[in-house]
Design a protein around this ligand. Structure first.
Ligand SMILES: Cc1cc2nc3c(=O)[nH]c(=O)nc-3n(C[C@H](O)[C@H](O)[C@H](O)COP(=O)(O)OP(=O)(O)OC[C@H]3O[C@@H](n4cnc5c(N)ncnc54)[C@H](O)[C@@H]3O)c2cc1C
Ligand SMILES: NC(=O)c1ccc[n+]([C@@H]2O[C@H](COP(=O)([O-])OP(=O)(O)OC[C@H]3O[C@@H](n4cnc5c(N)ncnc54)[C@H](O)[C@@H]3O)[C@@H](O)[C@H]2O)c1
Length: 459
Protein backbone atom coordinates (compact mmCIF):
# COMPACT_ATOMS: atom_id res chain seq x y z
CA UNK A 1 0.00 0.00 0.00
CA UNK A 2 1.41 3.39 -1.03
CA UNK A 3 0.65 6.12 1.48
CA UNK A 4 0.05 9.69 0.32
CA UNK A 5 -1.21 12.90 1.91
CA UNK A 6 -3.55 13.47 -1.04
CA UNK A 7 -4.87 11.51 -4.00
CA UNK A 8 -6.51 13.24 -6.94
CA UNK A 9 -8.64 11.05 -9.19
CA UNK A 10 -8.84 12.49 -12.70
CA UNK A 11 -6.55 14.91 -14.48
CA UNK A 12 -9.26 17.52 -15.03
CA UNK A 13 -9.21 21.27 -14.98
CA UNK A 14 -9.46 21.42 -11.19
CA UNK A 15 -7.43 18.34 -10.31
CA UNK A 16 -4.23 19.32 -12.09
CA UNK A 17 -3.69 22.73 -10.48
CA UNK A 18 -4.81 21.38 -7.11
CA UNK A 19 -2.32 18.49 -7.31
CA UNK A 20 0.50 20.87 -8.16
CA UNK A 21 -0.39 23.29 -5.36
CA UNK A 22 -0.65 20.50 -2.77
CA UNK A 23 2.69 19.05 -3.86
CA UNK A 24 4.29 22.49 -3.64
CA UNK A 25 2.95 22.76 -0.08
CA UNK A 26 4.93 19.63 0.70
CA UNK A 27 2.05 17.16 0.59
CA UNK A 28 2.95 13.80 -0.91
CA UNK A 29 0.46 13.86 -3.76
CA UNK A 30 -0.70 11.23 -6.25
CA UNK A 31 -2.82 11.88 -9.33
CA UNK A 32 -4.53 9.01 -11.13
CA UNK A 33 -5.65 9.42 -14.74
CA UNK A 34 -7.14 6.65 -16.83
CA UNK A 35 -6.87 8.32 -20.22
CA UNK A 36 -4.91 11.44 -21.08
CA UNK A 37 -3.44 14.17 -18.86
CA UNK A 38 -5.57 17.29 -19.23
CA UNK A 39 -8.98 15.61 -19.18
CA UNK A 40 -11.94 16.57 -21.31
CA UNK A 41 -11.12 20.23 -21.86
CA UNK A 42 -7.75 19.64 -23.44
CA UNK A 43 -8.35 16.31 -25.14
CA UNK A 44 -12.00 16.20 -26.21
CA UNK A 45 -13.58 19.53 -25.35
CA UNK A 46 -12.61 23.16 -25.43
CA UNK A 47 -9.15 22.94 -27.01
CA UNK A 48 -9.86 20.69 -30.01
CA UNK A 49 -13.26 22.22 -30.78
CA UNK A 50 -12.02 25.80 -30.58
CA UNK A 51 -9.01 24.92 -32.76
CA UNK A 52 -11.30 23.45 -35.42
CA UNK A 53 -13.83 26.27 -35.10
CA UNK A 54 -10.98 28.64 -35.99
CA UNK A 55 -10.54 26.75 -39.28
CA UNK A 56 -14.28 26.86 -39.95
CA UNK A 57 -14.29 30.63 -39.42
CA UNK A 58 -11.54 31.01 -41.99
CA UNK A 59 -13.57 28.87 -44.41
CA UNK A 60 -16.60 31.07 -43.84
CA UNK A 61 -14.61 34.27 -44.35
CA UNK A 62 -13.11 32.97 -47.58
CA UNK A 63 -16.52 31.78 -48.76
CA UNK A 64 -17.95 35.26 -48.26
CA UNK A 65 -14.78 37.17 -49.14
CA UNK A 66 -16.51 39.05 -51.97
CA UNK A 67 -18.45 40.92 -49.28
CA UNK A 68 -15.18 42.53 -48.15
CA UNK A 69 -14.12 43.20 -51.75
CA UNK A 70 -11.75 40.26 -51.94
CA UNK A 71 -12.11 37.68 -54.69
CA UNK A 72 -10.97 34.17 -53.93
CA UNK A 73 -11.06 31.35 -56.42
CA UNK A 74 -12.36 28.07 -55.11
CA UNK A 75 -12.48 26.81 -51.58
CA UNK A 76 -11.89 23.37 -50.19
CA UNK A 77 -11.59 22.23 -46.61
CA UNK A 78 -8.65 19.89 -45.97
CA UNK A 79 -9.98 18.01 -42.97
CA UNK A 80 -6.82 15.94 -42.34
CA UNK A 81 -4.84 19.21 -42.19
CA UNK A 82 -7.41 20.77 -39.87
CA UNK A 83 -7.31 17.69 -37.63
CA UNK A 84 -3.54 17.62 -37.69
CA UNK A 85 -3.36 21.28 -36.57
CA UNK A 86 -5.90 20.49 -33.83
CA UNK A 87 -3.97 17.38 -32.74
CA UNK A 88 -0.70 19.31 -32.52
CA UNK A 89 -2.28 21.84 -30.18
CA UNK A 90 -3.93 19.12 -28.09
CA UNK A 91 -0.73 17.09 -27.80
CA UNK A 92 1.21 20.20 -26.84
CA UNK A 93 -1.27 21.08 -24.08
CA UNK A 94 -1.44 17.44 -22.94
CA UNK A 95 2.35 17.13 -22.69
CA UNK A 96 2.56 20.50 -20.94
CA UNK A 97 0.03 19.29 -18.36
CA UNK A 98 1.98 16.12 -17.62
CA UNK A 99 5.28 17.98 -17.46
CA UNK A 100 3.80 20.53 -15.03
CA UNK A 101 2.63 17.76 -12.73
CA UNK A 102 5.94 15.90 -12.81
CA UNK A 103 8.00 19.08 -12.41
CA UNK A 104 6.08 19.83 -9.23
CA UNK A 105 6.70 16.29 -7.95
CA UNK A 106 3.16 14.98 -8.27
CA UNK A 107 3.26 11.18 -8.63
CA UNK A 108 1.21 10.43 -11.72
CA UNK A 109 -0.43 7.02 -12.09
CA UNK A 110 -1.77 6.37 -15.57
CA UNK A 111 -4.51 3.91 -14.76
CA UNK A 112 -8.10 3.61 -13.54
CA UNK A 113 -8.89 4.42 -9.91
CA UNK A 114 -11.59 2.63 -7.93
CA UNK A 115 -12.34 2.91 -4.24
CA UNK A 116 -11.52 -0.36 -2.50
CA UNK A 117 -12.17 1.17 0.93
CA UNK A 118 -13.11 4.52 2.43
CA UNK A 119 -9.64 6.03 1.93
CA UNK A 120 -8.08 3.38 -0.30
CA UNK A 121 -7.82 3.52 -4.03
CA UNK A 122 -6.92 0.65 -6.29
CA UNK A 123 -5.29 1.69 -9.54
CA UNK A 124 -5.42 -0.76 -12.40
CA UNK A 125 -3.74 -0.62 -15.78
CA UNK A 126 -0.82 1.42 -14.48
CA UNK A 127 2.17 -0.06 -16.32
CA UNK A 128 0.34 -3.40 -16.14
CA UNK A 129 0.54 -3.32 -12.38
CA UNK A 130 -2.10 -2.92 -9.75
CA UNK A 131 -1.29 -0.35 -7.09
CA UNK A 132 -3.16 0.38 -3.89
CA UNK A 133 -2.93 3.96 -2.69
CA UNK A 134 -4.20 5.50 0.49
CA UNK A 135 -4.58 9.07 1.73
CA UNK A 136 -6.61 11.03 4.26
CA UNK A 137 -7.52 13.55 1.58
CA UNK A 138 -9.05 12.37 -1.70
CA UNK A 139 -10.23 14.72 -4.45
CA UNK A 140 -12.56 13.30 -7.09
CA UNK A 141 -12.24 15.13 -10.42
CA UNK A 142 -13.43 12.44 -12.81
CA UNK A 143 -15.55 14.68 -15.06
CA UNK A 144 -18.34 13.54 -17.33
CA UNK A 145 -18.93 11.77 -20.62
CA UNK A 146 -21.56 12.05 -23.37
CA UNK A 147 -25.06 11.12 -22.27
CA UNK A 148 -26.73 8.78 -24.74
CA UNK A 149 -30.54 8.96 -24.63
CA UNK A 150 -32.67 5.89 -24.82
CA UNK A 151 -34.10 6.28 -28.33
CA UNK A 152 -35.29 3.10 -30.08
CA UNK A 153 -32.69 2.01 -32.64
CA UNK A 154 -29.94 4.44 -31.60
CA UNK A 155 -27.69 1.67 -30.28
CA UNK A 156 -27.97 -0.16 -33.63
CA UNK A 157 -26.48 2.71 -35.66
CA UNK A 158 -22.87 3.92 -35.61
CA UNK A 159 -23.59 7.17 -33.79
CA UNK A 160 -20.93 9.78 -33.10
CA UNK A 161 -20.34 11.78 -29.93
CA UNK A 162 -18.45 15.05 -29.52
CA UNK A 163 -15.39 12.90 -28.71
CA UNK A 164 -15.51 10.55 -31.69
CA UNK A 165 -16.56 13.18 -34.25
CA UNK A 166 -13.29 15.00 -33.61
CA UNK A 167 -11.39 12.04 -35.06
CA UNK A 168 -13.52 11.58 -38.23
CA UNK A 169 -11.24 12.19 -41.20
CA UNK A 170 -14.07 12.61 -43.69
CA UNK A 171 -16.41 15.58 -43.52
CA UNK A 172 -19.87 14.08 -42.96
CA UNK A 173 -22.02 14.75 -46.02
CA UNK A 174 -25.35 14.91 -44.21
CA UNK A 175 -24.90 15.29 -40.48
CA UNK A 176 -27.92 14.92 -38.20
CA UNK A 177 -27.38 16.25 -34.69
CA UNK A 178 -29.50 15.37 -31.67
CA UNK A 179 -29.47 18.29 -29.22
CA UNK A 180 -29.55 22.05 -29.54
CA UNK A 181 -27.24 23.43 -26.89
CA UNK A 182 -23.54 24.35 -26.68
CA UNK A 183 -22.05 21.22 -28.26
CA UNK A 184 -24.72 20.83 -30.95
CA UNK A 185 -24.52 24.47 -32.01
CA UNK A 186 -20.73 24.86 -31.90
CA UNK A 187 -20.11 21.59 -33.73
CA UNK A 188 -23.09 22.01 -36.03
CA UNK A 189 -21.88 25.37 -37.31
CA UNK A 190 -18.32 24.08 -37.51
CA UNK A 191 -19.26 21.17 -39.81
CA UNK A 192 -21.80 23.16 -41.81
CA UNK A 193 -19.01 25.62 -42.61
CA UNK A 194 -16.65 22.81 -43.57
CA UNK A 195 -19.22 21.53 -46.07
CA UNK A 196 -21.68 19.23 -44.26
CA UNK A 197 -25.43 19.63 -44.57
CA UNK A 198 -26.37 19.85 -40.93
CA UNK A 199 -29.83 19.10 -39.53
CA UNK A 200 -30.32 19.72 -35.85
CA UNK A 201 -33.07 18.20 -33.70
CA UNK A 202 -33.74 19.78 -30.30
CA UNK A 203 -36.44 18.31 -28.08
CA UNK A 204 -37.00 21.50 -26.04
CA UNK A 205 -39.18 24.28 -27.50
CA UNK A 206 -36.14 26.49 -28.21
CA UNK A 207 -32.40 26.19 -28.73
CA UNK A 208 -30.15 26.81 -25.68
CA UNK A 209 -33.12 26.46 -23.39
CA UNK A 210 -31.46 28.14 -20.40
CA UNK A 211 -31.24 31.40 -22.36
CA UNK A 212 -33.88 34.04 -23.00
CA UNK A 213 -36.19 33.35 -25.97
CA UNK A 214 -34.96 36.44 -27.86
CA UNK A 215 -31.37 35.19 -27.63
CA UNK A 216 -32.36 31.69 -28.76
CA UNK A 217 -34.46 33.05 -31.63
CA UNK A 218 -31.62 35.15 -33.07
CA UNK A 219 -29.17 32.25 -32.77
CA UNK A 220 -31.63 30.02 -34.65
CA UNK A 221 -32.09 32.60 -37.40
CA UNK A 222 -28.37 33.12 -37.66
CA UNK A 223 -27.64 29.40 -38.08
CA UNK A 224 -30.53 28.94 -40.51
CA UNK A 225 -29.07 31.75 -42.60
CA UNK A 226 -25.99 29.51 -42.92
CA UNK A 227 -28.29 26.79 -44.29
CA UNK A 228 -28.48 24.65 -41.18
CA UNK A 229 -31.86 22.98 -40.86
CA UNK A 230 -33.19 23.30 -37.33
CA UNK A 231 -36.08 21.54 -35.62
CA UNK A 232 -37.13 22.59 -32.12
CA UNK A 233 -39.78 21.02 -29.93
CA UNK A 234 -39.06 17.86 -31.88
CA UNK A 235 -38.61 14.31 -30.65
CA UNK A 236 -36.56 11.66 -32.42
CA UNK A 237 -38.78 8.61 -31.99
CA UNK A 238 -36.87 5.93 -33.91
CA UNK A 239 -33.46 5.65 -35.53
CA UNK A 240 -32.56 3.04 -38.12
CA UNK A 241 -30.07 2.26 -40.81
CA UNK A 242 -30.49 1.31 -44.46
CA UNK A 243 -27.09 0.61 -46.04
CA UNK A 244 -24.89 3.59 -45.26
CA UNK A 245 -27.87 5.82 -44.64
CA UNK A 246 -29.17 6.72 -41.18
CA UNK A 247 -32.90 7.40 -40.85
CA UNK A 248 -34.42 9.37 -38.02
CA UNK A 249 -38.18 9.44 -37.45
CA UNK A 250 -39.16 12.71 -35.84
CA UNK A 251 -42.32 14.20 -34.49
CA UNK A 252 -42.99 17.91 -33.95
CA UNK A 253 -46.39 18.41 -32.38
CA UNK A 254 -48.61 16.29 -34.59
CA UNK A 255 -46.33 16.39 -37.63
CA UNK A 256 -44.28 13.29 -38.40
CA UNK A 257 -41.27 13.29 -40.73
CA UNK A 258 -38.40 11.01 -41.68
CA UNK A 259 -34.93 12.53 -41.95
CA UNK A 260 -31.99 10.83 -43.57
CA UNK A 261 -28.30 11.46 -43.10
CA UNK A 262 -24.90 9.90 -43.54
CA UNK A 263 -23.87 10.50 -39.91
CA UNK A 264 -25.54 11.21 -36.60
CA UNK A 265 -24.01 13.12 -33.69
CA UNK A 266 -25.51 12.69 -30.22
CA UNK A 267 -25.10 15.96 -28.32
CA UNK A 268 -27.81 15.60 -25.72
CA UNK A 269 -25.84 16.47 -22.61
CA UNK A 270 -23.34 14.72 -20.41
CA UNK A 271 -23.40 12.26 -17.52
CA UNK A 272 -20.97 12.08 -14.58
CA UNK A 273 -18.13 9.56 -14.38
CA UNK A 274 -19.09 8.04 -11.04
CA UNK A 275 -20.44 4.59 -11.91
CA UNK A 276 -17.02 2.92 -12.08
CA UNK A 277 -15.60 4.48 -8.92
CA UNK A 278 -17.25 1.96 -6.57
CA UNK A 279 -18.29 4.72 -4.22
CA UNK A 280 -20.34 2.18 -2.26
CA UNK A 281 -17.08 1.52 -0.39
CA UNK A 282 -17.20 5.10 0.88
CA UNK A 283 -19.82 7.30 2.53
CA UNK A 284 -19.91 9.54 -0.55
CA UNK A 285 -23.50 10.18 -1.62
CA UNK A 286 -24.70 10.64 -5.18
CA UNK A 287 -27.80 12.47 -6.39
CA UNK A 288 -30.45 10.80 -8.54
CA UNK A 289 -28.49 11.55 -11.73
CA UNK A 290 -25.26 10.08 -10.35
CA UNK A 291 -23.50 13.38 -9.55
CA UNK A 292 -21.50 13.49 -6.31
CA UNK A 293 -23.32 15.49 -3.66
CA UNK A 294 -21.21 18.26 -2.16
CA UNK A 295 -21.77 21.17 0.18
CA UNK A 296 -20.84 24.75 -0.73
CA UNK A 297 -17.22 24.04 0.18
CA UNK A 298 -17.14 21.03 -2.19
CA UNK A 299 -16.94 18.56 0.68
CA UNK A 300 -18.73 15.27 0.13
CA UNK A 301 -20.58 13.38 2.83
CA UNK A 302 -17.33 11.50 3.62
CA UNK A 303 -14.88 13.56 5.70
CA UNK A 304 -11.68 14.30 3.76
CA UNK A 305 -13.21 13.40 0.38
CA UNK A 306 -13.99 16.29 -1.98
CA UNK A 307 -15.43 16.51 -5.48
CA UNK A 308 -14.63 19.15 -8.07
CA UNK A 309 -15.53 19.88 -11.68
CA UNK A 310 -18.33 18.35 -13.75
CA UNK A 311 -18.65 15.28 -11.50
CA UNK A 312 -20.38 17.30 -8.78
CA UNK A 313 -23.08 18.68 -11.14
CA UNK A 314 -23.93 22.34 -11.64
CA UNK A 315 -22.40 24.52 -14.35
CA UNK A 316 -20.07 22.32 -16.40
CA UNK A 317 -17.29 24.57 -17.56
CA UNK A 318 -13.51 24.45 -17.43
CA UNK A 319 -13.25 27.72 -15.53
CA UNK A 320 -15.72 26.44 -12.91
CA UNK A 321 -13.65 23.32 -12.34
CA UNK A 322 -10.56 25.54 -12.06
CA UNK A 323 -12.32 27.79 -9.56
CA UNK A 324 -13.41 24.70 -7.58
CA UNK A 325 -9.76 23.91 -6.94
CA UNK A 326 -9.16 27.45 -5.64
CA UNK A 327 -12.08 27.15 -3.25
CA UNK A 328 -10.81 23.85 -1.89
CA UNK A 329 -7.20 25.00 -1.68
CA UNK A 330 -7.89 28.35 -0.01
CA UNK A 331 -10.30 26.81 2.47
CA UNK A 332 -7.71 24.16 3.36
CA UNK A 333 -4.61 26.32 3.55
CA UNK A 334 -5.62 29.95 3.90
CA UNK A 335 -8.45 29.58 6.37
CA UNK A 336 -10.75 31.14 3.79
CA UNK A 337 -14.43 30.39 3.90
CA UNK A 338 -15.07 30.34 0.17
CA UNK A 339 -18.31 28.97 -1.19
CA UNK A 340 -19.52 27.92 -4.62
CA UNK A 341 -22.79 29.76 -3.91
CA UNK A 342 -21.46 33.29 -4.17
CA UNK A 343 -19.18 33.09 -7.20
CA UNK A 344 -19.82 34.52 -10.65
CA UNK A 345 -20.60 32.02 -13.41
CA UNK A 346 -19.67 33.51 -16.77
CA UNK A 347 -19.62 31.43 -19.94
CA UNK A 348 -19.24 31.79 -23.64
CA UNK A 349 -20.69 29.72 -26.44
CA UNK A 350 -18.21 29.69 -29.31
CA UNK A 351 -20.57 29.88 -32.21
CA UNK A 352 -19.75 32.67 -34.66
CA UNK A 353 -20.77 35.18 -33.47
CA UNK A 354 -20.21 34.15 -29.86
CA UNK A 355 -22.70 34.29 -27.03
CA UNK A 356 -21.06 35.74 -23.91
CA UNK A 357 -23.24 35.31 -20.84
CA UNK A 358 -23.23 36.06 -17.16
CA UNK A 359 -25.80 36.48 -14.43
CA UNK A 360 -29.54 36.62 -14.54
CA UNK A 361 -31.66 36.16 -17.65
CA UNK A 362 -34.73 38.31 -18.30
CA UNK A 363 -36.90 35.23 -17.76
CA UNK A 364 -35.32 34.62 -14.33
CA UNK A 365 -35.81 38.28 -13.37
CA UNK A 366 -39.50 38.06 -14.30
CA UNK A 367 -40.02 34.74 -12.52
CA UNK A 368 -38.43 36.12 -9.34
CA UNK A 369 -40.18 39.53 -9.49
CA UNK A 370 -36.87 41.38 -9.65
CA UNK A 371 -37.45 44.89 -10.97
CA UNK A 372 -35.15 45.32 -13.96
CA UNK A 373 -34.69 47.60 -16.93
CA UNK A 374 -33.46 45.89 -20.09
CA UNK A 375 -30.74 47.63 -22.09
CA UNK A 376 -30.65 46.47 -25.69
CA UNK A 377 -28.44 47.29 -28.67
CA UNK A 378 -28.48 45.53 -32.05
CA UNK A 379 -24.99 44.82 -33.40
CA UNK A 380 -25.98 46.53 -36.64
CA UNK A 381 -25.89 49.81 -34.67
CA UNK A 382 -22.31 49.19 -33.46
CA UNK A 383 -19.72 51.17 -35.45
CA UNK A 384 -17.01 48.55 -35.06
CA UNK A 385 -19.38 45.78 -36.18
CA UNK A 386 -20.36 47.77 -39.28
CA UNK A 387 -16.72 48.44 -40.12
CA UNK A 388 -15.72 44.80 -39.77
CA UNK A 389 -18.87 43.51 -41.44
CA UNK A 390 -20.01 41.46 -38.45
CA UNK A 391 -23.39 42.89 -37.59
CA UNK A 392 -25.28 39.79 -36.52
CA UNK A 393 -26.60 39.63 -32.96
CA UNK A 394 -27.23 42.09 -30.17
CA UNK A 395 -26.11 43.21 -26.73
CA UNK A 396 -28.46 42.98 -23.80
CA UNK A 397 -28.06 43.80 -20.12
CA UNK A 398 -30.41 43.68 -17.16
CA UNK A 399 -30.11 46.61 -14.78
CA UNK A 400 -31.75 46.81 -11.37
CA UNK A 401 -34.37 49.57 -11.44
CA UNK A 402 -33.45 50.98 -8.04
CA UNK A 403 -29.72 50.30 -7.57
CA UNK A 404 -28.62 50.71 -11.22
CA UNK A 405 -26.48 47.58 -10.73
CA UNK A 406 -25.92 45.27 -13.70
CA UNK A 407 -27.53 41.91 -12.93
CA UNK A 408 -27.15 39.98 -16.13
CA UNK A 409 -25.57 40.22 -19.56
CA UNK A 410 -25.95 38.49 -22.93
CA UNK A 411 -23.65 39.60 -25.71
CA UNK A 412 -24.42 37.81 -28.96
CA UNK A 413 -21.90 39.25 -31.35
CA UNK A 414 -18.28 39.31 -32.46
CA UNK A 415 -16.01 38.87 -29.41
CA UNK A 416 -19.17 38.41 -27.36
CA UNK A 417 -17.23 36.59 -24.65
CA UNK A 418 -14.65 39.35 -24.28
CA UNK A 419 -17.29 42.11 -24.15
CA UNK A 420 -19.26 40.15 -21.56
CA UNK A 421 -16.09 39.89 -19.44
CA UNK A 422 -15.84 43.69 -19.30
CA UNK A 423 -19.31 43.81 -17.77
CA UNK A 424 -18.44 40.87 -15.53
CA UNK A 425 -15.70 43.05 -14.03
CA UNK A 426 -18.19 45.88 -13.62
CA UNK A 427 -20.60 43.53 -11.84
CA UNK A 428 -17.84 42.29 -9.54
CA UNK A 429 -16.70 45.81 -8.71
CA UNK A 430 -20.22 47.18 -8.26
CA UNK A 431 -19.81 49.61 -11.15
CA UNK A 432 -23.25 50.81 -12.18
CA UNK A 433 -24.87 50.89 -15.60
CA UNK A 434 -24.70 54.72 -15.62
CA UNK A 435 -20.96 54.62 -14.92
CA UNK A 436 -20.38 52.26 -17.86
CA UNK A 437 -22.66 54.45 -20.02
CA UNK A 438 -20.39 57.45 -19.35
CA UNK A 439 -17.05 55.65 -19.31
CA UNK A 440 -14.43 56.41 -21.96
CA UNK A 441 -13.59 53.45 -24.18
CA UNK A 442 -11.12 53.68 -27.05
CA UNK A 443 -12.73 54.29 -30.41
CA UNK A 444 -13.75 52.27 -32.37
CA UNK A 445 -13.80 49.19 -30.17
CA UNK A 446 -16.75 46.88 -29.72
CA UNK A 447 -16.46 47.82 -26.03
CA UNK A 448 -17.23 51.41 -26.92
CA UNK A 449 -20.75 50.28 -27.77
CA UNK A 450 -21.31 49.63 -24.07
CA UNK A 451 -21.89 53.40 -23.79
CA UNK A 452 -24.73 53.07 -26.30
CA UNK A 453 -26.02 49.87 -24.74
CA UNK A 454 -26.75 51.67 -21.47
CA UNK A 455 -27.86 54.86 -23.25
CA UNK A 456 -30.69 52.72 -24.63
CA UNK A 457 -32.21 52.83 -21.12
CA UNK A 458 -32.79 56.57 -21.44
CA UNK A 459 -35.18 56.20 -24.36
C1 LIG B 1 -17.04 19.23 -26.97
C2 LIG B 1 -16.91 20.02 -25.70
C3 LIG B 1 -16.59 21.36 -25.76
C4 LIG B 1 -16.45 22.10 -24.58
N1 LIG B 1 -16.13 23.42 -24.68
C5 LIG B 1 -16.00 24.14 -23.54
C6 LIG B 1 -15.62 25.50 -23.61
O1 LIG B 1 -15.42 26.07 -24.68
N2 LIG B 1 -15.48 26.18 -22.45
C7 LIG B 1 -15.69 25.59 -21.24
O2 LIG B 1 -15.54 26.25 -20.21
N3 LIG B 1 -16.05 24.30 -21.15
C8 LIG B 1 -16.21 23.56 -22.27
N4 LIG B 1 -16.54 22.24 -22.18
C9 LIG B 1 -16.76 21.66 -20.85
C10 LIG B 1 -15.40 21.35 -20.19
O3 LIG B 1 -14.63 20.56 -21.06
C11 LIG B 1 -15.62 20.63 -18.88
O4 LIG B 1 -16.51 21.34 -18.07
C12 LIG B 1 -14.32 20.49 -18.15
O5 LIG B 1 -13.37 19.79 -18.91
C13 LIG B 1 -14.59 19.74 -16.84
O6 LIG B 1 -13.43 19.32 -16.31
P1 LIG B 1 -13.37 18.43 -15.04
O7 LIG B 1 -12.32 19.05 -14.22
O8 LIG B 1 -14.67 18.21 -14.42
O9 LIG B 1 -12.90 17.01 -15.56
P2 LIG B 1 -12.48 16.44 -16.95
O10 LIG B 1 -11.70 17.42 -17.74
O11 LIG B 1 -13.65 15.83 -17.57
O12 LIG B 1 -11.44 15.32 -16.53
C14 LIG B 1 -11.80 14.19 -15.83
C15 LIG B 1 -10.71 13.17 -16.02
O13 LIG B 1 -10.93 12.09 -15.13
C16 LIG B 1 -10.54 10.90 -15.76
N5 LIG B 1 -11.19 9.78 -15.06
C17 LIG B 1 -12.52 9.50 -15.01
N6 LIG B 1 -12.73 8.42 -14.22
C18 LIG B 1 -11.51 8.02 -13.77
C19 LIG B 1 -11.07 6.96 -12.93
N7 LIG B 1 -11.92 6.11 -12.38
N8 LIG B 1 -9.74 6.84 -12.71
C20 LIG B 1 -8.86 7.70 -13.25
N9 LIG B 1 -9.22 8.71 -14.04
C21 LIG B 1 -10.52 8.88 -14.30
C22 LIG B 1 -11.01 11.09 -17.19
O14 LIG B 1 -10.30 10.25 -18.07
C23 LIG B 1 -10.68 12.57 -17.42
O15 LIG B 1 -9.41 12.73 -17.97
C24 LIG B 1 -16.65 21.47 -23.33
C25 LIG B 1 -16.97 20.11 -23.26
C26 LIG B 1 -17.09 19.40 -24.43
C27 LIG B 1 -17.40 17.93 -24.34
N1 LIG C 1 -18.57 26.93 -24.92
C1 LIG C 1 -18.75 26.22 -23.83
O1 LIG C 1 -18.56 26.67 -22.70
C2 LIG C 1 -19.18 24.80 -23.96
C3 LIG C 1 -19.16 24.17 -25.18
C4 LIG C 1 -19.56 22.85 -25.25
C5 LIG C 1 -19.95 22.19 -24.12
N2 LIG C 1 -19.94 22.83 -22.93
C6 LIG C 1 -20.38 22.12 -21.71
O2 LIG C 1 -20.66 20.78 -22.00
C7 LIG C 1 -21.89 20.40 -21.44
C8 LIG C 1 -22.62 19.50 -22.39
O3 LIG C 1 -23.08 20.24 -23.53
P1 LIG C 1 -24.30 19.71 -24.38
O4 LIG C 1 -24.59 20.72 -25.42
O5 LIG C 1 -24.09 18.29 -24.81
O6 LIG C 1 -25.40 19.55 -23.30
P2 LIG C 1 -26.52 20.46 -22.62
O7 LIG C 1 -26.87 19.71 -21.41
O8 LIG C 1 -26.12 21.86 -22.52
O9 LIG C 1 -27.71 20.38 -23.67
C9 LIG C 1 -28.26 19.20 -24.12
C10 LIG C 1 -29.38 19.57 -25.07
O10 LIG C 1 -29.88 18.38 -25.67
C11 LIG C 1 -31.30 18.44 -25.63
N3 LIG C 1 -31.77 17.05 -25.63
C12 LIG C 1 -31.76 16.16 -24.61
N4 LIG C 1 -32.25 14.98 -25.01
C13 LIG C 1 -32.57 15.12 -26.31
C14 LIG C 1 -33.11 14.25 -27.29
N5 LIG C 1 -33.41 12.98 -27.01
N6 LIG C 1 -33.32 14.73 -28.54
C15 LIG C 1 -33.02 16.00 -28.85
N7 LIG C 1 -32.50 16.86 -27.96
C16 LIG C 1 -32.27 16.43 -26.71
C17 LIG C 1 -31.62 19.21 -24.37
O11 LIG C 1 -32.91 19.76 -24.42
C18 LIG C 1 -30.53 20.27 -24.37
O12 LIG C 1 -30.87 21.40 -25.12
C19 LIG C 1 -22.66 21.66 -21.15
O13 LIG C 1 -23.21 21.57 -19.87
C20 LIG C 1 -21.66 22.76 -21.21
O14 LIG C 1 -21.46 23.29 -19.93
C21 LIG C 1 -19.58 24.12 -22.83
Amino acid sequence: MLKFDAIIIGSGQGGNPLARKLAKKGWKTALVEQRYPGGTCINDGCTPTKAMIASAKVANTVFHSKFWGIHSHGLSADLPAIISRKNNIVEDFREGTLKGLLDDHVEVFLGTAVFSGLYTIQVTGHQDESDVLTAEHIFVNTGSRPYIPDIPGLQEVPYLTSTTLLEEVIIPKDLIILGGSYIALEMGQLYQRLGSNVTLIESAPQLVSKEDPDVAAVIKKMLESENMQIYTGTQATRISRSGKQINVDIVTGTTREKLTGTHILVATGRTPNTAGLQLQHTQVLLDEKGYIQVNNRLETSAPGIYALGDVKGGPAFTHISYNDHLIIYKNLFENANLSIQTRQVPYCMFTDPQLGRIGMTETEAKNNNIPVKVAHLPMEKVARAIETGQTRGFMKALVHQQTDKILGVAILGPEGGEIMSILQMAMLGGITASQVRDMIFAHPLYAEALNNLFMSLEK
